[in-house]
Write a protein that binds this ligand. Structure first.
Ligand code: SF4
Length: 247
């Protein structure tokens, strides 16, 4: 994902594999792609390039024992619902998620239209998705929201999930929500040397709309090109709220 490695709205980050293809304006300054190009060189980004599976899958089991209730962001260096990921890898990931019921797994994707198809027919079940998954879509502007909010709602019509969330980060324009808005709205400006500016009024508007619609609002960062990323407050207030997880 384009976000930096410290994900303030989760407690842990787990990467089952690495590699992806840019599919959205929100991907333009993808942190993971830049990091692989400039520092790690372990994966080549793009269509037709191999995704690389990570070796150590033991940490989530430890978190499940030691930090019950924790939120796990999966994956920061890939997209779980990428078409070029072998389906068996996703099945292995879902098995791990089922093995760790004390954790809530945040699966954020820029390919929300793939979720239903990619969670059908696994292990003989037509509606398989572990219940301790929260499913999220990145929607960086009104066009993406208009296209993807219904797809996100369809996932919850057909799959039982902990909650839905929308990552409005990087927020690239004003967004008008409606009753299909996700349960949890995460807003943030882009950071890094090529950061595109976020108008704070766009974030203020989303905060007001969340209050009106009864959605949980989380403000991550102002963003910007400076190393302090512009701070983590909106008009002097922090908003690190999280949604309730069903028992
Ligand atoms: S979907 Fe996420 S990981 Fe993939 S290119 Fe876009 S920002 Fe990067």
């Amino acid at each position: 994902m384009a976000e930096n490695t410290k994900i303030e709205w989760a407690d842990h980050t787990f990467n089952p594999w690495m590699g992806c293809t840019k599919v959205s304006p929100a991907c333009d300054n993808c942190y993971a792609a830049d990091m692989m190009d400039t520092r790690y060189g372990r994966v080549r980004w793009g269509a037709g390039e191999s995704r690389v599976r990570t070796k150590d899958w033991s940490k989530p089991r430890k978190w499940n024992r030691d930090t019950p209730g924790a939120f796990v962001f999966c994956a920061s260096l890939a997209d779980v619902f990428d078409n070029e990921v072998p389906p068996e890898w996703r099945a292995d990931l879902f098995a791990l998620i089922r093995e760790t019921p004390n954790l809530t797994w945040l699966l954020l994707t820029k390919r929300i239209g793939n979720v239903l198809a990619m969670t059908s027919g696994i292990e003989g079940s037509p509606t398989f998705l572990p219940k301790n998954v929260a499913i999220g879509a990145t929607m960086a502007n009104q066009k993406e929201y208009d296209r993807d909010r219904i797809k996100l709602a369809h996932v919850t019509d057909r799959r039982e999930v902990a909650f839905t969330f929308g990552s409005f980060e990087p927020l690239l324009g004003p967004v008008n929500l409606d009753h299909n808005a996700p349960d949890w709205v995460i807003v943030g400006g882009e950071s890094g040397p090529n950061a595109r500016p976020m108008n704070l009024d766009w974030a203020r508007s989303l905060k007001r709309q969340c209050a009106d619609l009864g959605r949980v609002f989380n403000f991550k960062q102002v963003g910007g090109r400076k190393s302090d990323k512009g701070g983590h407050t909106l008009d002097g207030e922090t908003h690190f709220e999280r949604p309730m997880v069903p028992a």
